[in-house]
Write a protein that binds this ligand. Sequence first.
Ligand SMILES: C[S@@+](CC[C@H](N)C(=O)[O-])C[C@H]1O[C@@H](n2cnc3c(N)ncnc32)[C@H](O)[C@@H]1O
Length: 368
Amino acid sequence: MKLYVTTTPGLEDVSASEIKSLGGKVKEIRHGRGRVFLTGDLKLVAKLNYLARTIERVMVLLKVEKFESLNDIYGIVKEIDFSFINPEQSFAIRPLRVGNHDFTSLDVGRVAGQAVIDSYLDGRGKRLKVNLDEPDVIIRVDVINDEVYVGLDTTGDVALHRRGYRVYEHPAPLNPAIASALVMLSEWKCDEILVDPMCGSGTILIESAMMCRNIPPQKFRKRFQFVKIWGDKVLEDVKRDVVEKRIDLNLVGIERFRKHLRGAKINSEVAGVADTIDYVQGDVTRLCLKRANVIVTNPPYGLRIAKRGLIEKLYEGFLKSVVNADRIVVITAEHKILKEKAEKLGYSFEGERWVKYGGLDTKVFVLV
Ligand SMILES: C[S@@+](CC[C@H](N)C(=O)[O-])C[C@H]1O[C@@H](n2cnc3c(N)ncnc32)[C@H](O)[C@@H]1O
């Protein structure tokens, strides 16, 4: 099958490596567009949905084509063979539109929906039911600039970054799929000491622990869309093959506010990794983290805590306190400040990349 996954724009290469490690054959990486194209079988679809840590959704690729008008989109969708849908099943279009167009995403949904109905009527002589709330089949129609991607969504409306352990909601939480990608970029090994010195609700540490203990990121998920189409046998096979490892890890979380720290502990308990993360209340700028091998962190952004002078002080203090670490991975929208302070303190930049995160242009730095 031809497949594609959506991921965070800027982290496509990390997702591509993960896909390869799970047995997928990567065909094309659309850098900056959050899409990776690959081939694989139904078992791979189940593996990606259940085991991949850095991706958002997995789709069966039905078509990708250039278009000029809304009419073209109708024609492109109508040409697709939808006979894999059972006549009793309902469907919904989930449209997305990025770029400048003279139509809205609602127009895309309307036109593509009609095209699916007309195509099915022509092919199978039946009118498919539309169900926008709980469809059996979800068709994604992503209009990105001058291209339209049509895919059968095997994941469903709840994207894979939703893990189910985040009982405590931090006001500025990091997307767990991005957290996992940062840990992968840090090349942390399970016997090294990893510290998140501004850990908030603990996402980075929890993802790290789940990774090393081989705990599936979707362990707590109840619904996968592909089960509605192909049944649950393959998913059960994939689940049966997972062997969790109860190893001890050196994970430390530091956080200034007691409330977040308490939340981090609760989330870690729900995820089943609380026994292996040490949480400490403290101010990173007043510490010297001598023993940490790897630092992975997501410091506050100015947009969220307004005062620039405070951010500058915090970033400088943080970089001074972790100066003995072997590798430091930071994601921040305050990239100019981070870069300036890191240069001043003599850090080398092993990596620097743009990452689109929730509408924000952030940068991920790998410092050594
Ligand atoms: C963007 S949030 C981190 C969110 C976290 N990654 C998560 O997913 O929940 C940044 C955190 O840094 C904490 N923080 C700010 N200044 C700090 C300091 N000087 N020392 C330690 N933590 C600090 C904030 O309280 C906040 O929880």
